[in-house]
Design a protein around this ligand. Structure first.
Ligand SMILES: *Cc1c(COP(=O)(O)O)cnc(C)c1O
Length: 422
């Protein structure tokens, strides 16, 4: 069956025809048949160079041969045990070795669970209720963080079904704004348990922190007994071996992971200093549990992924990212367009706005109608990016010079199409 028919069928059985909202786009999404390396193949016989990469996990590209090999061995030995395994220790040690703030780790099943548990832990540690999040940041789909959340939810009202009693303890501030945080803490500091932040905002496009901003947050939270949580579900193991905390040289109290850590399989994790992590059950009283926590297949995939993510990997990804971003900038310049190229390392996006994008309000000034024209043209010509202006595009190790060259040609055409329609 072709994608169009599959989508019509899917809508009868799955709300909106998909299992996660951002996947639905007009007129219908392509249905995947298979994927390998930098390419994804649809059921209609088309091939795309993939910069969505399952929304971030696949830094090594699709179907990494080593991961497939190791996971296949694991599958034959069982898929879930409900008892501990040695590989959980090995993966925890890898995390601790790489990540500055990590002394202990709890493995869970998704980034959502990781931030939910990290926030509970921070509240228990601080014995305070309020948390601070940034406008446009996304920390998964649980109640207390679904307030002005990024991703597909930009511009939409907050979800019904979330009691005000739950979100009244969530305070919003603009990203990259030292004054806003300083004033908030002056007023409310003694009630604030934690600040949770995506060190590079990756769910409203891509917004890096201003020089010194994360260091400022580290200092002001330490002075006011506020727990600093880095949500590194995107940046973890992507922008440096030790994630954003290594990249920017700022060590938070707690960190959350997901995406890359599972080597293409479902996973999440929270990690931090021992004094925090020892509060988690069963060594402490902060409850956290899961049937599939530490799943042996995800753990094996994660171990096999991390083995391949050494310092060479990170320098190569930086080069690829720089090359692609420079190429896009050149195209925009040659067309006399003042749209903004954003990103760092293997993350990138074009904002269809002439405003410098430092926070959610700036990002929202981007013209989503223009993005749609750009997206559709890329798709038509065999380049797949996430179908929203407010997602981030990703490179993998498997995107070679040919892919990047071809992509820039396709982008040039798409940008010319955009220009003609402006
Ligand atoms: C994707 C994401 C999450 C949620 O992870 P899931 O595995 O989808 O639940 C949380 N935080 C950030 C920064 C993310 O990008």
């Amino acid at each position: 069956m072709i994608s169009e028919n599959l989508f019509n069928e899917a809508k009868k059985f799955l709300p909106g025809g998909v299992d996660s909202p951002v996947r639905a786009y007009k007129p219908y999404p392509f249905f995947a048949e298979r994927a390998e390396g930098s390419k994804i193949y649809d059921v209609d016989g088309k091939t795309y160079i993939d910069y969505c990469l399952a929304y971030g996990p696949l830094v090594l590209g699709h179907a990494n041969p080593l991961i497939i090999e190791e996971v296949t061995k694991q599958l034959k030995n069982g898929t879930a045990y409900g008892v501990p395994t040695e590989n959980e220790i090995k993966l925890a040690k890898q995390v601790v070795k790489r990540v500055p703030c990590a002394e202990m780790v709890r493995f869970v099943n998704s980034g959502t669970e990781a931030t939910m548990s990290a926030i509970r832990l921070a509240r228990a540690f601080a014995a305070k209720n309020k948390i601070v999040k940034f406008e446009g940041s996304y920390h998964g789909a649980h109640d207390c963080v679904l307030v002005k959340s990024g991703s597909g939810a930009v511009g939409l009202p907050d979800s019904p079904g979330i009691p005000e009693d739950t979100t009244k303890n969530t305070i919003l501030v603009p990203f990259n704004d030292e004054k806003a945080i300083t004033e908030l803490i002056k007023k409310e500091g003694k009630n604030i348990a934690a600040i949770i932040i995506e060190p590079v905002m990756g769910n409203v496009g891509c917004i890096p922190p201003k020089e010194g901003y994360l260091k400022f947050l580290r200092e002001i939270t330490a002075e006011n007994d506020i727990v600093l949580i880095f949500d590194e579900v995107i940046t973890g193991f992507r922008i440096a071996e030790g994630g954003a905390q290594e990249y920017f040289g700022v060590t938070p109290d707690l960190v959350t992971f997901g995406k890359i850590l599972g080597g293409g399989f479902p996973i999440g994790a929270l990690a931090g200093k021992k004094e925090f992590m020892d509060m988690i059950a069963p060594s402490g009283t902060v409850y956290q549990a899961g049937t599939f926590n530490g799943n042996p297949v995800s753990i094996k995939a994660g171990l096999t992924a991390l083995k391949q993510l050494d310092s060479n990997f990170y320098s190569e990804m930086n080069l690829k990212g720089n090359k692609l971003r420079a190429g896009i900038q050149e195209i925009l310049d040659s067309q006399n367009l003042d749209f903004k190229v954003a990103g760092l390392s293997s993350m990138f996006q074009i904002y269809f706005t002439d405003r410098d994008v430092l926070n959610y309000e700036d990002a929202k000034s981007a013209e989503t109608d223009i993005f749609q024209i750009y997206f559709n043209k890329l798709l038509q010509d065999g380049v797949f990016i996430p179908p929203s202006q407010f997602e981030c595009c990703f490179l993998s190790l498997m995107h070679d010079d040919d892919d990047i060259q071809k992509t820039l040609e396709v982008m040039e055409n798409a940008i010319k199409t955009v220009k003609n329609s402006c």
